[in-house]
Design a binder for this molecule. Structure first.
Ligand code: IPE
Ligand code: IPE
Ligand code: MG
Length: 251
């Protein structure tokens, strides 16, 4: 694939390795390691989250150039509320600032915002900004930037079951396809590639239903250090995988 003009020597080589006919449509990322990144530098965890926010912008740019259609980032889990109140409130404020600052860029780059998770527990100032950016970017088409906020895979499944009961669906109405339509991700394709940074080999309640056949990619790199080069390495690894979906792969 043709490298962007801004690419340095090392990055250029990786871009040239990318097969533009085998780009994952949906990349989901568990952005982990902000706290450890900060600790390594003798900084507060908060500084780590700030650095993490910058890495998101970078991931959006590489996704755009690659032609990825949806990028989902895990920003706050249903379990993250157990963190110290100060950290939770800083995360909410950073999210608010991120959306405010990114709004113009999202518009310029034709990126559409999407949110999954239970928004009812988010602070009002965050929800207002989300509504604003959702509205402003709703007609954008180049890339869907999907943020998982107060998201948990189990909570999502429970929420779907409740929705199904509320609608009065019958046993015989239920299929995988119908069930999917009650998930937060009803309008999105399943992820093709799931990336987790920071060396933890677990999914931490992320997209449990949707990752049934995703390719999993784990890297020791901490999220704030996950730059374009790291994204390209993940895509190159993805392109080496043989996706079988239960078939024989022709063997
Ligand atoms: C990921 O970084 C960001 C969020 C969960 C919000 P962490 O804050 O989990 O960083 P570590 O895992 O403590 O290094
Ligand atoms: C997963 O990271 C959640 C997000 C990235 C938002 P955590 O740091 O919360 O996950 P665990 O606790 O290490 O499994
Ligand atoms: Mg973590």
């Amino acid at each position: 694939m043709k490298p962007p003009k801004s690419a340095g020597e090392r990055e250029r080589k990786l871009w040239l390795e990318i097969d533009e006919n085998n780009i994952p449509s949906h990349v989901a990322i568990i952005m982990d390691g902000n706290g450890r990144w900060a600790k390594k530098r003798g900084l507060s965890r908060i500084k780590g989250h700030k650095a993490g926010a910058k890495a998101i912008e970078n991931a959006l740019d590489s996704a755009l150039h690659l032609g990825v259609k949806v990028i989902t980032v895990y920003a706050f889990s249903t379990e993250n509320w157990v963190r110290p109140e100060y950290e939770v409130s800083v995360l909410m404020t950073l999210l608010f600032q991120f959306l405010k600052l990114q709004k113009k860029k999202l518009l310029d780059k034709d990126i559409k915002l999407s949110i999954i998770g239970d928004r009812s527990k988010l602070p009002l100032f965050v929800n207002r900004e989300i509504d604003n950016v959702l509205e402003e970017t709703k007609n954008n088409n180049s890339l869907i930037f999907n943020i998982a906020l107060n998201y948990g895979g189990r909570a999502e499944i429970i929420n779907a079951v409740k929705g199904i009961i509320e609608k009065g669906l019958k046993k015989e109405d239920i299929s995988e396809e119908v069930f999917s339509k009650f998930l937060y991700t009803k309008d999105l394709p399943d992820p093709d590639l799931l990336i987790r940074t920071s060396g933890e080999i677990r999914v931490s309640n992320f997209l449990l239903w949707q990752i049934a056949y995703a390719e999993l990619y784990f890297t020791d790199v901490l999220w704030p250090d996950f730059d374009t080069i790291e994204m390209l390495k993940a895509i190159i690894e993805y392109q080496k995988r043989e996706r079988r979906f239960g078939g024989t792969g022709g063997i």
